[in-house]
Design a protein around this ligand. Structure first.
Ligand code: UDP
Ligand code: MG
Length: 319
């Protein structure tokens, strides 16, 4: 089984040598036990780093063919770097595992992932068993993130970052998704195939600083929602319906007030039209939005289906 490890790196000079060393050890033991083939590789994707990351990758590659490097023309962000790596290697490997350069993802979970792969799973999600080692801030923002995503109708795997194994055919399926607003964590579940999870303990970054400040996290969450869900548009339409219902109530209320003579002249028509028009406008925007949502989904050119198995004549046992 030929395994490729894909690791996006952005300004990771502080962690790269240690990461490379530990992964090499891990690979050596996996090879010795016959779990992975000798020509398995560790692929670093340099996401337009401004420090010595690429020089280090070059050095590693010279020192041992185990290491490979891919360099992006400029910084494109974690998700794009990851995709670049996976798509570059997908036809060479039986399965690829993506993980972070800072070893926060426990590399010993690889064994369990390989085991699941051997059992026939195409996608194995690494899921954090606890967030004890994350800062309070990171933990609460991350949990809020999963909640909002869920409320917005985006299917994600709870507590799963981008540490996952994907088989060759799952990667081929992923390649069919040609959208440019890419949110991998939401798309991989859409790819389908048999999937399962493996729990691991999330460690601390052993050196360097997080490349995901709050600003990037917020835009990441926003990207996730707007690239996978048209629910916000629907919310506007629902609000329109609600306000319109209020306007009917207002109509009845104002008419009663009018008939009882408790109103100044002109108030009834004004009050009713404000509510009715507001409701109608929101409904109209929501309706237009619904069509824009359709256009939006069309422009993504997502695959309508992916075939998992096809039993043909040749597969039948011959007597
Ligand atoms: N990363 C990247 N491009 C970016 C930002 C981050 O390739 O623009 C990589 C980074 O090198 C690391 C991974 O994405 O391998 C996760 O980043 P980090 O560990 O800083 O995020 P955190 O663990 O704090 O969420
Ligand atoms: Mg990290």
């Amino acid at each position: 089984m030929k395994l490729f490890l894909v690791i996006p790196c952005y300004n990771e000079e502080e962690v790269l040598p240690e990461t490379a060393r530990r992964l090499k050890e891990k690979f050596a033991s996996l090879m010795a036990d016959g779990h992975i083939a000798e020509d398995s590789r560790i692929v670093f994707v340099d996401d337009g780093s401004r420090d010595r990351t690429w020089e280090l990758i070059e050095e590693l590659h010279r020192s041992d063919p185990l290491y490979r490097g891919i360099r992006l023309s400029r910084n494109r962000g974690h998700q794009n770097a990851l995709l670049a790596g996976l798509m570059t290697v997908r036809e060479e490997c039986d399965a690829a595992i993506s993980m972070d350069a800072d070893l926060q993802d426990d590399i010993n979970a690889i064994d369990a992932m390989l085991e699941k792969y051997a059992q026939g799973y195409d996608v194995v999600y690494g899921v954090r068993s606890s967030r004890k080692k994350d800062s309070f801030f990171k933990r609460t923002t991350a949990q809020g993130f999963y909640r909002v995503m869920k409320a917005m109708g985006v299917e994600t795997v709870y507590n799963h970052a981008d540490y996952r194994l994907m088989s060759r055919r799952a990667l081929a399926g992923l390649a069919e998704f040609r959208e440019v607003n890419l949110f991998l964590r939401g798309i991989v579940p859409l790819v389908g195939f048999r999937s399962t999870t493996v729990a691991y303990e999330r460690g601390e970054r052993f050196a360097g600083t997080s490349k995901y400040p709050l600003k990037k996290m917020l835009s990441f969450a926003f990207e996730g929602i707007t690239s996978l869900s048209v629910k916000p548009i629907r919310l506007i339409a629902s609000l329109g319906v609600l306000i319109f219902a209020v306007s009917v109530g207002m109509l009845i209320y104002s008419l009663i007030r009018h008939l009882l003579g408790h109103t100044v002249s002109g108030w009834t028509s004004l009050a009713v039209s404000i509510w009715a028009l507001g409701g109608i406008q929101l409904l109209a925007i929501g309706t237009i939005g619904e069509y824009i949502g359709k256009i939006y989904l069309e422009t993504k050119h997502r695959p309508v289906y992916l075939v998992s198995d096809y039993l043909t004549d040749g597969d039948r046992p011959t007597k």
